[in-house]
Design a binder for this molecule. Structure first.
Ligand code: GLU
Length: 491
């Protein structure tokens, strides 16, 4: 009997201990969550959010931080009158766990609202409707029905809404369906793998597809999977509703003022994206537009000791020689200067062609100076890459090049590594993080092509046609080209 009583006492002790522990945990969780309630945020002056490093969320672009989600969160912070602090999660699962634990106010990360996630977090009002798109490589057999997925290599991001959709397909229509989930790769990397023919298919959201498709000419989408889904910010279940309600007010205002659709258009619309045009269009526009700016380019070329045609080629690649051009990230004017660069270069009005050309040329010359230990022509190509993606990212790619046994001062070696900055495995360990590293490679290639065309256009009698091998530069030894050696592909 005594034994029995002792056991009972022990059990009671244990039970009350466990209960206390539970209470402490709940209070702790609630108190850590409550630091992100509206009043606390206003008092501390800081809004802490979490996101992912990806082309539709948050990344370093030229000399500024960019991304749809980042800009949206920045606007919300302004709306609240506080400073934004951003943490980047490695995987989607880490991201949800951080929100769940109340370590941040919310996640702004292109998250799809799914029933499974709603068990863990509380979603705010949705700001974008998306469809899941199946991506495949042009030239391969077009997948038309779900059955065409069987027996193929299908890779998606781990813990994504795409993975969740595949699970539900497997449980219902397609029990034989198999796929691979990667949490060391993000969506642009998977699209790149489809482009390279390394995998058959991946799934991306329609907004991701819009942001990426232009950079992967061999990739397309054949079908949409499932219903339309919503993207929304995810809040902790432990916080009260004060911040979430504020976000509702904010989104309503964003909608009413048209600011939300403007932001969507900038990131996902096709209209403002400057595409690569063919040679004929280039030459036609050179006839129609270049004469307006030629003298300005020539003047700056003398000031900075560079070939004016190279500056003109940059201007064409940036804006098609349109003084009022604007890109989706808000860079503006003929030389597409960011606000920061314009300020640094003393440009007051970015839409004034003379100021833009002056500022852009000075900025390019400044970048060339930063790489003055590098021999020409590599120095020029590397400075151009920096003009496009930012010197920080170029340095990151140089470090990767060196680590891999390449020569960081050779464009040929560097251009192989720049695209790696879009792969998590690499950008995870770099100083400036994710970059669309494939862009500067294409950028430099285009400028070289435009430059060659401008030089060729100046020849009184084009003599290249009779004996020019395929792939050879339009430049000849007596083309009057001084500053930079011939612009043939450096191999
Ligand atoms: N909207 C998707 C999700 O919430 C994004 C996944 C991805 O980009 O990999 O899971």
């Amino acid at each position: 009997m005594q034994q029995h009583l002792a056991n009972k006492q022990q059990w009671l002790l244990k039970a009350s201990f466990t209960l206390c522990l539970l209470c402490i945990m709940v209070v702790l969780a609630m108190s850590s969550g409550s630091r992100h309630d509206y009043d606390d945020i206003v008092e501390s002056g800081v809004l802490k959010i979490i996101t992912r490093n990806s082309p539709t969320t948050y990344y370093q672009d030229k000399d500024q931080v960019s991304g749809f989600e980042y800009e949206l969160a920045q606007m919300f912070a302004q709306f609240l009158g506080v400073k934004l602090e951003v943490t980047v999660a490695d995987t989607l699962d880490d991201l949800i766990s951080e929100v769940e634990a109340g370590n941040v106010a919310f996640a702004a990360a292109g998250l799809t609202v799914t029933p499974k996630r709603s068990e863990r977090v509380r979603f705010a009002s949705s700001y974008l409707d998306v469809k899941q798109k199946l991506v495949y490589r042009l030239g391969k057999k077009r997948p038309k029905t779900l059955k065409d997925l069987l027996g193929k290599t299908l890779v998606v991001t781990a813990h994504s809404s795409h993975a969740q959709h595949l699970h539900s397909l497997q449980q219902t229509d397609l029990p034989q369906l198999t796929w691979i989930e990667r949490d060391d790769a993000e969506v642009s990397e998977l699209v790149q793998m489809v482009e390279n023919g390394e995998i058959d298919y991946t799934i991306v959201d329609s907004n991701e597809f819009d942001a990426l498709a232009g950079f992967y000419p061999n990739v397309t989408s054949s079908m949409e999977l499932g219903e339309t889904q919503e993207l929304a910010w995810a809040f902790s279940k432990f916080s009260d509703n004060s911040l979430l309600n504020k976000s509702r007010e904010f989104f309503q205002l964003m909608r009413e003022t048209g600011l939300l659709s403007q932001l969507e258009e900038r990131y996902y619309g096709h209209l403002n994206q400057i595409d690569n045009v063919g040679t004929l269009t280039f030459l036609r526009q050179a006839d129609e537009r270049l004469h307006r700016y030629q003298e300005l380019f020539q003047k700056e070329a003398v000031n900075h000791d560079v070939d004016w045609r190279l500056l003109a080629a940059i201007g064409y690649q940036e804006s098609h020689w349109k003084a009022r051009a604007r890109s989706r990230t808000g860079v503006r004017g003929l030389m597409m200067l960011t606000r920061t660069t314009a300020k640094e270069m003393g440009v007051k009005n970015r839409l004034n062609a003379e100021q833009s050309i002056k500022g852009g040329s000075a900025y390019f010359a400044k970048l060339k100076k930063r790489f003055d230990h590098i021999n020409e022509p590599d120095r020029t190509w590397i400075a151009l890459a920096a003009y496009n993606v930012g010197a920080g990212h170029v340095r990151d790619a140089q470090k990767i090049t060196e680590k891999q046994g390449g020569d960081p001062e050779r464009w040929m070696d560097l251009k192989e590594r720049l695209p790696l900055l879009a792969q998590k495995k690499y950008y995870k360990n770099t100083q400036f993080g994710f970059a669309r590293g494939y862009e500067p490679v294409e950028y430099v290639q285009n400028i070289r092509r435009f430059y060659d065309l401008l030089v060729w256009r100046e020849q009184p009698e084009p003599t290249y046609s009779a004996n020019m091998d395929e792939g050879e530069s339009f430049l000849t030894a007596d083309s009057g080209f001084k500053t930079i050696p011939p612009l043939t592909e450096v191999k």
